[in-house]
Design a protein around this ligand. Structure first.
Ligand code: BGC
Length: 531
């Protein structure tokens, strides 16, 4: 099976998918214990349908001591009791499929919790089946080697183990691309092969239950000392070949941060977020966000951002993956401050107009549809640290606890936004001019206009890519303009046929003497059909 050639195609559904990322502990608490759960997600499926969502990615919901909010798994094949049971997952999958919503789970492939039975066995001094499931040196002292931390002192085994992220997340052993030390095993050694087989068994378990794919956590991290990422790509290609041979229409979405490599490795899509090659950074992050970036982003009302920085990175990657896989730029995630930070509803409308009309796989982070705030300074919860402020309970309505829980007396997983005027789904649904309705319109456009599908062509129409506004054509018949700045700009456009507005806010397209002119006011945007 290794190295088998395959025709890797993208399932058609992915090109018109609009994902919604659910942080399960904070979405909807159906049993009143203060923590969101799978039955809560099922209760809200009609809400997601109304918004137009057709795919979900759920953050890890497996058994865990929750020292990294579930990215520290102790049983990959069991739903954590606080979220429900495997049966509740099956019920959720079937209920989602009945509404044509796909479900992807989070696959934590690179490490486990240090409480995982594999690791407990691996820590034992006597050799056993799991001795090589993790990377162990023969040096029993805490150390750092080849940019990795090695921890010791918790077990009888005379050695130290490599960690992938936090100290309690030992790195699984998929081997080294170019082993150079005696403790480093090659990717074809028995231990690494057994780890790979164990990972595929986990995937098989959930695929057989009906999931539509996985978002793979830290996908590039599996093989160590692999400078040109040759061995890691081979490993994922093997998995992709197996996936295609056994399951139809399932997808693998990488947290790799290098679409060119991830797609070459067999992933259907990869994120350009806060890790790896920068993409989202140049659009959204800046001096007051977490993580912090020195320069102002393009989507900033001061109008001092430079789209060219994003464009160079995106265009490079986009050309290399075109026709083979997709780039994804989410509205936000559980790992950095929300896009709302430092932005008004009008600012977000411009940003979202861009994100939902750009040639990429859109992912809406829960609560971003109403512009939930990043709550700075919250005490860390479950290893969240600065990320905690983007993980607060969903704000459904004005009732106690924002409608997050069925019990008014529950202590929620995290405090709710204390602002009296905090945004809620109920208030925004009742207001046709709200951010929520704007997102709903954008999603509707995104899934109904074939010109907006992720793989449909892009042509920049603005003369330069470093200024405001940005104007581009999608497919044959759609023109989009966005002006995140608070200044008014007027630009001339190349000759086009008749144009009709689909969405317009402080934006005006006019035609005089054979010339097209676009005037975009502060935080203006427009989507036009041209024939
Ligand atoms: C996840 C984080 C997590 C880390 C370690 C990531 O990239 O998105 O939330 O802490 O992997 O698993």
């Amino acid at each position: 099976m290794r190295n088998a050639a395959t025709l890797m195609t993208t399932p058609a559904w992915l090109n018109c998918a609009v994902f919604y990322q659910i942080y399960p502990q904070s979405f909807y608490d159906s049993n009143g214990d203060g923590i969101g759960d799978l039955a809560g997600i099922e209760t809200k499926l009609d809400y997601l349908t109304e918004l137009g969502i057709n795919a979900l990615w759920i953050n890890p919901c497996f058994e865990s001591p929750f020292k990294d909010a579930g990215y520290d798994v102790t049983d990959h094949c069991r739903v954590a009791p606080r979220y429900g049971t495997n049966e509740s997952m099956k019920v959720l999958i079937d209920a989602a499929h009945a509404r044509d919503i796909r479900i992807c789970l989070d696959l934590v492939a690179g490490h486990t919790s240090d409480q995982h039975p594999w690791f407990l066995a691996s820590q034992r001094d006597e050799a056993n089946e799991f001795s090589d499931r993790y990377i162990w040196t023969r040096n029993p002292w805490v150390t750092r080697d080849e940019q990795m931390n090695f921890i010791s002192g918790n077990a009888d085994r005379a050695g130290s183990y490599a960690v992938n992220f936090f100290a309690h997340q030992p790195a699984l052993n998929y081997g080294y691309g170019e082993p150079a030390r005696s403790y480093q095993q090659g990717v074809d050694a028995a231990g690494p092969r057994a780890t790979c087989a164990a990972l595929m068994a986990v995937m098989k378990f959930w695929l057989d239950l009906g999931v539509d794919g996985f978002r793979v956590d830290m996908a590039a991290s599996l093989v160590k000392r692999d400078p040109a990422a040759v061995a890691i790509r081979e490993l994922w290609r093997e998995i992709r070949v197996w996936l295609d041979a056994n399951y139809d229409e399932r997808v693998l979405i990488a947290e790799w941060g290098n679409p060119e490599r991830a797609i070459d490795a067999g992933f259907h899509a990869d994120f350009m977020l806060h890790v790896g090659v920068p993409g989202y950074d140049h659009l959204v992050l800046g001096p007051t966000t977490f993580p912090k970036r020195a320069a102002l982003p393009y989507f900033d009302s001061r109008g001092a951002g430079d789209f060219e920085r994003f464009w160079r990175a995106f265009d490079f990657q986009h050309r290399r993956v075109a026709g083979r896989g997709l780039i994804s730029l989410a509205t936000g995630s559980h790992d950095f401050s929300r896009a709302r930070h430092g932005r008004s509803d009008d600012d977000l409308k411009v940003l979202y107009t861009f994100l939902f009309t750009w040639p990429q796989l859109p992912v809406l982070y829960y609560g971003d549809e109403i512009g939930m705030y990043y709550l700075e300074g919250l005490p860390s919860k479950e290893g969240g640290y600065e990320r905690t402020g983007s993980r607060t309970p969903m704000q459904w309505d004005d009732s106690v606890l924002g409608g997050f829980s069925t019990s008014a007396s529950a202590t929620p997983y995290l405090p709710l936004d204390p602002a009296a005027e905090r945004p809620t789904v109920a208030a925004q649904r009742a207001d046709r001019a709200s951010l929520w309705h704007h997102v709903e319109r954008l999603i509707y456009l995104r899934v109904t206009e074939t010109d907006l599908s992720a793989d449909s062509p892009l042509e920049i129409l603005s003369e330069a890519t470093n200024g405001y506004p940005l104007v581009y054509r999608r497919g044959a018949a759609l023109v989009v303009a966005v002006n995140p700045s608070e200044a008014t700009h007027t630009v001339s456009l190349p000759p086009m046929g008749d144009a009709a507005p689909v969405l317009e806010q402080r934006c005006h397209l006019s035609h005089r003497a054979g010339r097209w002119q676009l005037r975009v006011g502060p935080r203006g945007y427009g989507v036009y059909t041209v024939r």
